[in-house]
Design a protein around this ligand. Structure first.
Ligand code: TYM
Length: 325
């Protein structure tokens, strides 16, 4: 059985880019392999210094995942901070990482350009991410396209450690990216991302959801004129939610003319509401039972820490580090 691993940063509300680009695959793959999914709360510290808020976001992501169908009996679902071996391995990997490798990080440059403070945590973020992946001997990492470079770095660092100590201490992982949803576009057509403020949140509802959908940018083709669905931001989102027949029906209306962007947005709004209806009510139920959420994290954390320790011990011994008690 393959070991599958992925994580999400609890740093705000999750959006449909997170869902289609990553979470949907996570939920599917819990049936297929030995899956580990975690809340990357150490990573959140690179951009968030508010303890109460971090806890709140972390609980939110747990509820989101569970409501969307993650089953803690089928996978190991946990918080990164319950596995301190992660930061231990990150330090060791960091000592093998050339500064120049981090300087090439596109995600770092992007975050700085978007106003995040260039702290060392943010700079060395991919090293911690490599540790996340490598500490469970993961084979496959299901993510969106924006994480591709980080997975490449983790492969690179695993190889460096193995060569440095001339031993197969770490397994070399692969990314798993679904082409059609590798980069889900936001309401302005750029990659959907919290930092671009162009998201539609998974659990937005009512007026808030409607406002976001109505704000999707379109061109100024007149209502009566034919339109090209393939270049339309509304249609590219419709494609995520609609089955093939529905997609074709809408595309035909675009091409025929007399169908406006307002109509398409109403269609999309209905599709989103229907798609997440069950998850929405499940989430409300779950939010009433926080002791369940805590139990899930504790059990997942125990399992994850055990596995991590198995991988970490030979590394301590190869590097000359130790636990004396
Ligand atoms: P994060 O929290 O930014 O995003 C979580 C997942 O959602 C995917 N994603 C998208 N996919 C397609 N289109 C989009 N517009 C879109 N926006 C987000 C991301 O690719 C990701 O898969 N560094 C990671 C968290 C992390 C991690 C790890 C992931 C930490 N350690 C180890 C995998 C393995 C991050 O910030 O993802």
């Amino acid at each position: 059985k393959k070991t599958i691993l992925s994580g999400i940063q609890p740093s705000g509300k999750l959006h449909i880019g997170n869902y289609f680009g990553a979470m949907r695959q996570h939920i599917k793959m819990q049936e297929e392999g030995d899956a580990f999914y975690f809340l990357a709360n150490y990573h959140s510290l690179t951009s968030l210094n508010d303890g109460d808020l971090l806890k709140e976001y972390t609980t939110d992501v747990v509820l989101d995942y569970l409501a969307l169908g993650l089953d803690p009996d089928k996978c190991t679902f946990f918080a990164q901070s319950d596995v301190p071996q992660t930061t231990e391995l990150a330090w060791i990997l960091g000592c093998l990482t050339p500064v120049s490798l981090m300087e090439k990080g596109v995600s770092y440059k992007d975050k700085i350009a978007n106003g995040l403070s260039p702290n060392i945590g943010l700079f060395s973020y991919p090293i911690l991410q490599a540790a996340d992946i490598l500490i469970y001997h993961s084979n496959l990492v299901p993510v969106g396209e924006d994480q591709k470079q980080n997975i490449e770095i983790s492969r690179d660092l695993a190889g460096k450690l193995n060569r440095a100590y001339d031993e197969e201490l770490l397994r070399i992982p692969e990314e798993y990216i679904v082409k059609s949803v590798a980069t889900v576009p936001g309401i302005d057509g750029r990659k959907m991302s919290k930092s671009y403020d162009n998201t539609i949140n998974i659990f937005a509802e009512g007026k808030d959801l409607k406002k976001r959908v109505m704000a999707i940018q379109t061109d100024s083709t007149a209502l009566e004129d034919p339109k090209d669905p393939e270049t339309c931001n509304v249609y590219s989102l419709i494609k995520l939610f609609a089955d093939k027949d529905k997609q074709k029906e809408v595309a035909d209306k675009y091409r025929a003319g007399g169908y406006g962007y307002g109509h398409a947005k109403k269609e999309l709004l209905g599709l989103i509401e229907e798609y997440f209806a069950d998850a929405r009510s499940k989430r409300k139920e779950l939010a009433n039972d926080m002791s369940y959420v805590n139990d899930v994290l504790r059990e997942g954390g125990i399992k994850a820490r055990e596995r991590a320790e198995e991988v970490m011990e030979p590394i301590r011994s190869a590097t000359g580090l130790f636990r004396s008690f």
